[in-house]
Ligand binder design. Sequence first.
Ligand SMILES: Cc1ncc(COP(=O)(O)O)c(C=O)c1O
Length: 479
Amino acid sequence: MHKPIPTQGRPAEDILEQLDTFKAEDPNYKDGKVWSLVYYLNEEHSDFLKHSYHKFSSENGLNPTAFKSLKQFETDIISATADLLNGTDEVCGVVTSGGTESCLMAVKTYRDMARANRGVKKPEMVIPETAHVAWFKASEYFGVKIRLVPLLDDLTPDLKKMEKLINRNTVMLLGSAPEYPHGTIDPIESMGAIAEKHKIPLHVDACVGGFILPFFEMNGVDLPLWDYRVAGVTSISADIHKYGYAAKGASTITYRNLDYLKHQMFVHQDWPGGVFASSALLGTRPGGAYSAAWATLQYFGQDGYQKLAYETHQAVEQLKQGVKQIPELAVMGHPQGPLFAYQSIDPEVNIYAVGDQMDKKGWQVNRNQHPAGLHAMVTAQHLKVVDQYLADLKDCVAIVKANPALAEQGGAATYGMMAHIPLRGLVKKKILDIYASMYQAGGGQVDLSQQADIEGQSASPTLLEKLLNWYVKRKSRKN
Ligand SMILES: Cc1ncc(COP(=O)(O)O)c(C=O)c1O
């Protein structure tokens, strides 16, 4: 049975009080135990975000000529972003609702541009295995086939293979700064050279790095070039709602010049509702996200962001050093940004079992796969928990080493089994069924916090447990 809205409205105070009770089961990010999904600093900043969002929460950015305020915010945000990314005065762009929208838009833009300029009918994009899932989503949504660049042993993309995958249907190349799984900044300068040689656009996914790597650099951290200083780079996505610490719903997609951006636009001139033009995916665009993003840039300013970047760098470097000192573990790839991942190099230590033990101690640790690892998206807030995290991690490794059976239990067992299930298409279908069931009428059986886990970077152990149960049943039926 569906649950209708109340027959009569309720007093605001009651509802606001009740809203707080919904938070009871949510992850407690305020104490620094959550390592992605949330970019929280303190209550003062949080209140500022709420107020700056609230001032424009009714305004709509759908039509840029209606609310001049919102257009001004957007112009200022894009201008500041272009400056931060070392773009020339020609760099232009759009504020979007998040990293995914920015990535989707780049794929649509380059598909349409290749169609218009080169008559490409079967578009393809060449992207590294470490590209964020948003790119796989874009491929499915926009019918642009992926040519996947395999990784070398050090988990960086094999550029020789990348070049070989380019053909006359290639509409774009992709690099990330940094890539999400291991925090490595892709070799953008070499990718730029390949892009220029083949006259193919190169997008840099800096959804994570866009609002922190420039401040690392200002603080004197030595980084490879990855932004508009690299000649072959034609567009960059950079999220303000990640390391820009804005309210959720704010990212940017910028292009080297308007010739690219034009292909992102949608216009329908014959609609009975009037002539319609839109710059990105959304129709109605939330004014609050714009005002809060604009206000946050003003609030921190360059010196504020440099301070946050300094603290984040301290935290991430201390964590990496701490992990390196645990003999059973090793840092994966070449992380230079604000996040990293680590794996087990001791056959007696199952890294997922270590993750299970960390979860038990109250940390919310994300899992990597292919190869197996644990992941940490580090913010300035985490500086205060570095020692505790490392002490707990050391403890958890010792517990797992002393209890080999832990590798056969909980999330470790499920992830272990996951890696060995053949027929990946069936796995995909089953996950789809389980996920869809959460959206069935009435909301399904699954609590909302679990959905957030899955929407995030990796499927949660709970979802995978369901998958495992299905697989075990299926196997026993066959035997
Ligand atoms: C490299 C990269 N690109 C794109 C995205 C997608 O961003 P969003 O979750 O804001 O849609 C993420 C998210 O973590 C990311 O790490």
